[in-house]
Design a protein. Structure first.
Length: 344
């Protein structure tokens, strides 16, 4: 059997086929046919639009999701990332099969990336894939680039349907994936609070020591790709403690920039990041995804030795310099989601 999937993000659309190695040729034919010869039946388009609109409505009922959408508006407006990936209910229900076909046709003008991973003979796979993809250009102009993110201001208040919960997001834009400081910022993210199994400064203070939150974490390159990612700290707390939690988060971010990091933090975090690398390379699907990302961003992400060298080359002065270049406490934007009737 085979597993066929499609995907869509802010930066790409694609299809994937998981198959037995002996069925690689059929898998390639299916994937290329789905990608280049997609059909958009009217009934299927209408059903998918209604289903996605229902999912969007369900998500908008979740207080933390509604709050982070407000945070994205603060950071990215008028860039498309300021809006939910789904679009809006109105835009979904207005879509026609012709709209979908035209978007798909124009998207192909941005070129096609393909990867194959598994126990296969590379030369015949490459030859067959190039034969399938080697079709004439469709003569369509690619889509223009999106507008640059500007944002909406330093503070926002989102009214939610929660009864006694507050959701706090603090941060600003950081760097795209191919930026040379990405790895240093990735390390700083773990120190602040992104590492599973490592407490991090923000959750250690806000949740463990001060007892202000049931959930707290931080990131420095969340969502980084072709577009800039985000410095982001999240705290799930109560309306009565959200102001104190906000002060604590900002103080920890400021302390990281002003006072730097400890040698022990650097070594522990480096070991954590290196230790999780083998788990990103366990399956053929994971390898295929890494190969696509490597090609898309122009970085040898599939090469473990490159990744190891990146992490081992980091030293404390370099990491602290990256923090000063890309983490700006005076530019932090704050979004607070509060129940109706609660003052921000």
């Amino acid at each position: 059997g085979m597993v066929v999937q499609s995907s869509g993000t802010f930066e790409s659309i694609g299809v994937s086929v998981d198959a037995l190695a002996q069925d690689w040729e059929l898998a390639l034919e299916w994937a290329v046919e789905l990608l280049l010869e997609s059909a958009f039946p009217e009934d299927r388009c209408a059903w998918t639009a209604r289903q996605t609109a229902a999912e969007l409505e369900s998500l908008s009922d979740q207080p933390d999701v509604k709050t982070i959408w407000g945070f994205y508006q603060q950071l990215y407006t008028p860039h498309p990332r300021s809006r939910p990936l789904h679009g809006s209910t109105e835009s979904l229900l207005a879509l026609t099969p012709a709209d979908c076909a035209e978007f798909h046709r124009r998207a192909q003008a941005h070129s096609v990336l393909a990867s194959v991973a598994g126990v296969v003979d590379e030369d015949p796979v490459r030859e067959r894939l190039l034969g399938l993809l080697g079709r004439p250009e469709n003569g369509t102009e690619p889509y223009p680039g999106p507008p640059a993110p500007v944002g909406t201001g330093p503070r926002a208040h989102v009214t939610t349907d929660a009864e006694d919960q507050a959701h706090l997001y603090v941060g600003h834009l950081s760097v795209p994936r191919r930026h040379p400081d990405y790895t240093a910022l990735e390390l700083l993210a773990v120190i602040l609070g992104s590492g599973a199994g490592l407490t991090g400064r923000i959750p250690a203070r806000i949740r463990e020591r001060e007892g202000l939150a049931y959930t707290a974490y931080a990131q420095t390159v969340a969502g980084s790709g072709l577009d800039p990612g985000r410095l982001l700290a999240y705290v799930g707390t109560s309306p009565a403690t959200v102001e104190k939690a906000e002060r604590g988060v900002i103080e920890e971010i400021t302390r990281l920039v002003q006072d730097g990091i400890e040698d022990a933090e650097l070594e522990e975090t480096r070991a954590y990041l290196l230790g999780r690398e083998p788990f990103r390379r366990e399956t053929a699907r994971q390898w295929a995804d890494l190969l696509i990302e490597a090609e898309e961003y122009g970085i040898p992400l599939d090469d473990f030795e490159h990744r190891k060298q990146e992490l081992e080359s980091l030293d404390r002065p370099g990491v602290e310099a990256a923090a000063r270049r890309h983490i700006h406490p005076d530019q932090l934007r704050v979004t607070v989601g509060l129940p109706a009737g609660t003052e921000a």
